[in-house]
Design a protein around this ligand. Structure first.
Ligand SMILES: [Fe+2]
Ligand SMILES: [Fe+2]
Ligand SMILES: [Fe+2]
Length: 434
């Protein structure tokens, strides 16, 4: 069974990002809708994939703001400090998403059309930047109940291309009607849901979402990747049939995605959580369930939402017992614990080999996690850690280079120049099991 169907991709992105901040999803959807009406006025084929991809990029154009705390400022009209989220968003899309071709357009979505042309930006990136820029401003114009024409006319050809200004003015009544009636979300969905993604692209979208936890905490990214690596490595040791790997991979990949809703003070708290804070933390499992429900296949869903259940019924949220839990669900639960032990977290240092083995053995002896799984990890400890360490390094290298690129590009922008996006390969799939 496919992990996720084409028509579900848009929904799961929306739902995950809504958990981070619903305002940005609303704004992204309105911008995508305005772009949709521009494309319609231009008579382009909305079934063509490249046009539908423009709409997905419009939805995601401010994705960098989730990271850069610009959300509040961005909601203001004509915000001045726009480079941080534009740069981070472009790097994120370039390196971690299946939409890397649109990254440059997102990078320039707050730069005037003429200025971009003068800087030698052309073709697809120029067109995309212009569409997003115009739709983004028109959303503010609409929200502030201003007139489209008096805003756009003086900016024609300088801020925005003549072509898109004309398209927008000719579509004004439809845009206003769509936005005011609230119909825009549905209209957009109808177009984007017809878009086809290859298995590889769907996989990259889900990986991108799993990594969006980084918006909250980089510890969490490494934790996720380590849990995925440990799950597959343990499945191999336990000789679980390979046709389960895909479910295990996605279950582990998405197990903590609900943490996008957990307050960052709790996620990154140095030290033990108070009982009240722990209750808040525990909610991430239900949040994971809410994000994945109906979107990913049921087996992967259960692996994800059962990762804190224990064999003796002492886990959460449901207090399920051994007989309720499949082998794959147990594998993910053990892997989650292994990952928490061997990696540094905000509240603890990484545990060494002896301590990790001891804690695992104790939990197995108490009947909380599977004995066979724990024995496999302990017996093959060094090899096991080497396999999972490798994937972790790859992703952390990518993050480190995103951070360096970010600082360098920001310095260029702050010096009043237009930064360019370094040519780098997108991250390969995180883990190969197929
Ligand atoms: Fe923006
Ligand atoms: Fe925006
Ligand atoms: Fe968790």
């Amino acid at each position: 069974m496919e992990i996720i169907e084409d028509r579900m991709v848009w929904g799961i992105i929306r739902r995950t990002l809504s958990c981070v901040d619903p305002r940005l999803v609303d704004h992204g959807e309105r911008v995508a809708y305005i772009a949709l009406e521009l494309l319609r006025s231009a008579g382009v084929d909305l079934n063509a994939r490249k046009n539908a991809a423009v709409l997905v990029l419009c939805l995601l154009h401010d994705i960098g703001a989730y990271k850069t705390d610009e959300i509040d400022r961005m909601m203001e009209f004509e915000s001045q400090t726009v480079w941080e989220h534009s740069i981070y968003g472009a790097l994120y899309l370039k390196r971690l998403s299946p939409l890397s071709g649109g990254a440059e357009g997102v990078l320039y979505h707050h730069v005037g059309f003429k200025r971009l042309q003068e800087a030698g930006i052309e073709g697809k990136s120029l067109r995309l930047a212009d569409i997003i820029h115009l739709a983004d401003r028109v959303d503010s114009v609409w929200k502030n109940e201003l007139d489209f024409r008096s805003y756009l006319e003086p900016r024609r050809d300088r801020f925005f291309s003549i072509e898109n200004v004309d398209l927008c003015l000719s579509a004004e009544s439809r845009i206003r009607e769509g936005l005011s009636s609230g119909r825009y979300g549905e209209e957009l969905q109808n177009v984007v849901c017809r878009m086809h993604f290859s298995a590889q692209e769907r996989r990259r979208f889900l990986e991108m979402l799993a990594l969006s936890i980084d918006f909250r905490s980089e510890f969490m990214v490494l934790h996720t990747i380590t849990t995925v690596g440990a799950s597959i490595a343990l499945a191999r040791l336990l000789e679980i049939p390979e046709d389960s790997y895909s479910d295990l991979y996605y279950g582990a990949l998405l197990h903590d995605i609900g943490k996008v809703s957990t307050p960052v003070e709790i996620l990154e708290k140095p030290g033990r959580l108070s009982p009240e804070e722990f209750e808040v933390m525990k909610k991430h499992v239900t949040e994971t369930g809410k994000i994945l429900d109906g979107y990913v296949n049921p087996k992967a869903y259960r692996i994800a939402v059962r990762h804190h259940e224990k064999l003796d019924g002492s886990g959460y949220p449901l207090g399920l017992k051994a007989e309720d839990l499949s082998l794959e669900e147990r594998v993910c639960a053990i892997s989650d614990i292994v990952s928490a032990l061997v990696r540094r977290r905000s509240y603890k240092e990484a545990f060494d080999k002896e301590k990790t083995k001891r804690v695992l053995q104790e939990m197995a002896d108490q009947g909380k996690i599977g004995r066979r799984g724990v024995k496999a990890v302990i017996d093959h400890y060094d090899d096991f850690m080497e396999t999972i360490g490798h994937t972790g390094e790859k992703i952390m290298e990518t993050y480190a280079s995103i951070r360096t690129d970010y600082q360098e590009m920001l310095a260029v922008a702050k010096a009043g120049q237009i930064p360019s996006l370094p040519e780098r390969k997108p991250l390969d799939s995180l883990f190969t099991f197929d």
